[in-house]
Design a protein around this ligand. Structure first.
Ligand code: FAD
Ligand code: EPU
Length: 339
């Protein structure tokens, strides 16, 4: 088993760049190591927190338990037909490198999810999504170790209860499993191209190019880079809140205040609003409070300008939630995980 380290700064392991400490820290590189670790009596009573790329977590305090860095690598085709391949990928693989690997091989399905930070193991946890596609659309199954017993469980799509930025791993299975691999079903031909998201459609209209999976990825990388801060330059965890899904009546209240409110149908007569727009309308966009603040190009992203504490960023998020509630009567729900 790899060495258990003591008193480790988590700063290099979270994209917010928060400098908090873990009492214990271990990096696991294989399923065997992971099973051995979780079934070792010595650690069974310790609190554990699993971390992948650390791009969807805000660390608000030192952690007295064991932080487990999942670095299980590997990619393997487990099944293929003329039209599809099933690719099993280690949870510790970098997500965007996987996207690039698929583009090189002309495998379609995850091109719209280009440049999302983090690792493969976390992708099903919040059912990552962007530019009209969610990972559930290419998800076949995942393997996970049950932390309490060390048993390996397989979760198929229906077991995961995927929703918008949601899955079973944010509810009843939260903190109970270590995901070791995810298997994706990807197209080898007749790719289902999705250019429905307005900025992507506009980019193709303007350039006059016909879309391919590689070109869609390129356009999305350009769009994302123009508004989302690069965590290597400025600490952040992407969207801090989910876009709220509201009733028709709640929507009409906002529309009475602002005729041109961006909105998207969300099924059952409900409407999805853009949290970034709501936050901007409350005057938060680009606000800076010393070491932390709200990104100037995308109000849904809270940022660490240097050495902010996670507690301060959490407090800011609560002030934003209150202000959106007071102004619009809408409760924003956090997307980011809090440690
Ligand atoms: P981490 O932050 O390490 O972990 C997230 C959660 O999953 C934690 O609760 C952790 O305990 C748990 N976890 C991680 N790995 C495992 C595992 N192997 N087994 C069990 N539990 C585990 N997300 C989107 O959906 N769409 C976007 O467009 C998007 N854009 C982003 C842009 C930026 C600039 C940033 C910084 C983030 C963005 N995100 C986006 C959020 C983030 O990239 C995703 O949520 C990503 O899947 C997180 O992966 P990670 O490995 O960094 O997870
Ligand atoms: N908007 C504003 N002001 C802002 C930000 C946005 O008015 O400061 C408006 C935009 O003009 C647009 C609408 O809000 O009309 C939507 O904005 P955008 O296309 O930037 O997307 P988003 O809804 O803010 C969501 C996801 C992102 C994902 C993009 C693209 C959530 C919580 N966020 O953002 O995911 O990349 O769409 O699909 O659903 C993440 O989850 O971390 C993340 C970055």
């Amino acid at each position: 088993m790899p060495l258990l380290k003591e008193h480790i700064s988590l700063k290099p392991f979270n994209t917010f760049g928060i400098n908090a400490y873990a009492r214990w820290f271990i990096e696991l590189q294989s399923i065997e190591q992971a099973v051995e670790f979780v079934t070792d009596n010595h650690y069974q009573n310790q609190e554990m927190y699993i971390i992948g790329g650390g791009s969807n977590v805000l660390i608000t305090q030192n952690f007295e338990g064991v932080v487990v860095k999942n670095s299980i690598h590997g990619k393997r085709i487990v099944k293929e037909t003329e039209s599809h391949i099933w690719l099993k990928v280690g949870a510790g693989e970098n997500w965007h490198k996987l996207v690039l690997h698929c583009l090189e091989n002309d495998w379609g399905g995850i091109e719209n999810l280009s440049l999302i930070p983090g690792n493969v193991g976390a992708a099903p946890i919040q059912n990552i999504g962007a530019y009209g596609v969610e990972v559930k659309e290419v998800f076949e199954c995942l393997e996970a170790i049950h932390l309490a017993t060390g048993n390996i469980h397989v979760f198929h799509s229906e077991d995961c209860k995927f929703g918008y930025r949601d899955s079973i791993f944010k509810h009843e299975a939260k903190g109970k499993y270590l995901i070791t691999s995810v298997t994706f079903k990807l197209t080898r031909k007749d790719h289902q191209l999705n250019t429905s998201y307005a900025p992507v459609a506009k980019a193709f209209e303007e350039s006059g190019e016909s879309p391919s999976i590689q070109k869609i990825s390129k356009k999305i990388v350009e769009i994302r880079s123009s508004k989302l801060p690069d965590p290597k330059v400025i600490g952040n965890a992407g969207s801090f809140f989910k876009n709220p899904v509201v009733s028709k009546e709640e929507f009409e209240i906002v529309q009475e205040m602002y005729e041109r409110v961006p909105n998207y149908p969300a099924g059952d007569g409900k409407v999805k609003l853009a949290a970034g727009w709501l936050i901007e309308k409350c005057g938060w966009k680009g606000q800076r409070f010393g070491e932390y603040g709200v990104h100037s190009k995308q109000a849904l992203v809270l940022v660490n300008h240097g050495d902010a504490s996670g507690k301060k960023i959490l407090e800011l998020s609560e002030r934003i939630q209150k202000s959106v509630k007071n102004h619009f009567g809408i409760q924003l729900e956090r997307e980011v995980n809090i440690l």
